[in-house]
Design a protein around this ligand. Structure first.
Ligand SMILES: [Zn+2]
Ligand SMILES: [Zn+2]
Length: 425
């Protein structure tokens, strides 16, 4: 068929706005009582193949009809009175499941998955003499089905605290819940600022002042301007005199502006030998120095590990940017001995970045979880090159949460003064 399109895998950063818009669309129909994304989107996985939606309605056929009439619906894959699957014009697949109100919470829980988490929870329940299935909890003695108005009631019935969707990957969350050692996950509202913003001073689209105003509007207390240092990859980056000029502008803006504090930083490149592509006393004048690999990716594991740990030994370095170098849906990270990177970061007091650009999400969540408890602090940076992209910090929080991180693990939860203290240690 000519207009047949393959399923489009979306980055979380693209899928999340699509999901929010779909929630608004379905809620606006007047036929939905409750509606939520489920599946990998609700778990905030870094890429999303299908957007699963769960809704409750007393007029399910009407809601399904409204869903299929969405202006971006390109093709209807399947449709019945209680469910439908459509492919949107951009190739993204959306599945809607409509249930009655009593089944909403149990079905939402089940459809949120992951499959492995669901199996593990079913096994745990079986160990308690109970049956957990999609429609809820079944008492094996009486065969009676117990349904729930809210998800947490199901966990409570099993003697467990609520397990946040981001943790439902079968990475030890059920055991931790049973032991009472689930993390108190960092919240979106805990984030006080963005630690990695590009401006027109290098390859960004907006001025420092425009970025600061947007960040202030988001309720941030501070942003760190981290333009590129000058290099072969970034010929329009800053040299030492450019950095001094930028610091002067930041000082000027800080005197004028109330409501947000602008910190000065740089994103320096790490050369193949592990040295920064900018050196000298000017680095001491900056509040924050991020060091990132932007070139020479083809190195052995030992060489790349030595390169990055070498940069951490540089006094000025506060944060290692996008530590694994992966680009989602494009290339895996370079080979790295992460244990060694982690150990050096701890010993040298260097933060590891959670680069929140939708294409990066680097560190990956699984490495955050591995690193948790090592004493290393994580720094969320939007890597925004436009003021509209400062919201990417939210994506960094999704990674942190999926990586079991708590507020005290994340530098962005500090006040501006404490942040400066952290980087001046
Ligand atoms: Zn970078
Ligand atoms: Zn950057």
């Amino acid at each position: 068929m000519e207009d047949e399109r393959p399923a489009q895998v979306k980055l979380l950063g693209e899928a999340l706005p699509a999901a929010r818009s779909m929630v608004r669309y379905l809620s606006g129909s007047g036929y939905a009582t409750r509606v939520s994304p489920a599946g990998s989107l609700r778990r905030m996985k870094e890429t999303v193949e299908t957007l699963d939606m769960v809704a409750s309605s007393s007029r399910p056929a009407k809601l399904v009809q409204h869903f299929c009439a969405h202006m971006d619906a390109h093709r209807i894959l399947s449709r019945s009175a209680h469910r439908a699957a459509v492919v949107l014009k951009d190739g993204f697949r959306v599945d809607l499941r409509v249930v009655n109100d009593a089944l909403y919470a149990p079905v939402l829980r089940y459809q949120t998955g992951s499959t492995r988490h669901n199996h593990a929870l079913e096994e745990y329940a079986a160990g308690q003499g109970m049956l957990v299935r999609e429609p809820g909890l079944i008492d094996p003695g009486t065969g009676r089905q117990v349904s729930f108005a809210e998800e947490h009631e199901l966990f409570e019935a099993l003697g467990l605290p609520y397990i946040e969707p981001e943790l439902r990957e079968d990475r030890g969350e059920i055991q931790a819940a049973a032991r009472g050692t689930l993390p108190d996950l960092v919240r979106y509202s805990d984030i006080r600022g963005d630690l990695h913003v590009h401006t027109r001073w290098s390859d960004g689209a907006h001025s420092i002042s425009e970025c600061a105003a947007t960040a202030a509007g988001m309720g941030f207390d501070y942003i760190v301007i981290c333009d590129h240092s000058r290099s072969a990859q970034f010929p329009h980056g800053l040299d030492a005199s450019g950095i001094r000029d930028q610091i002067r502008e930041i000082e000027h803006l800080n005197r004028e502006r109330s409501g947000i504090r602008i910190l000065s930083g740089i994103e320096a490149g790490i050369d193949a030998a592990g040295n920064l592509d900018i050196a000298g006393p000017v680095l001491q004048d900056l509040d924050v120095v991020i060091a990132s690999v932007h070139s020479s990716f083809r190195m052995s594991r030992e060489e790349m590990t030595g390169r990055i740990t070498g940069a951490m030994h540089c006094d000025a370095v506060d944060i290692i940017g996008h530590p694994t170098g992966r680009i989602l849906l494009k290339r895996p990270g370079y080979p790295l001995d992460f244990g060694q990177v982690l150990k050096t970061a701890r010993d040298m007091g260097v933060c590891l970045e959670i680069n929140a650009h939708p294409r990066r999400l680097d560190l990956p969540d699984i490495l955050c979880q591995e690193a948790k408890g090592s004493g290393v602090i994580f720094a969320i940076g939007s890597d925004a090159h436009r003021k509209e992209n400062l919201w990417f910090t939210d994506l960094g929080v999704t990674v942190a949460r999926r990586g079991w991180l708590e507020s005290h693990d994340v530098a962005n939860t500090l006040t501006g003064d404490d942040l400066i203290r952290l980087f001046n240690r």
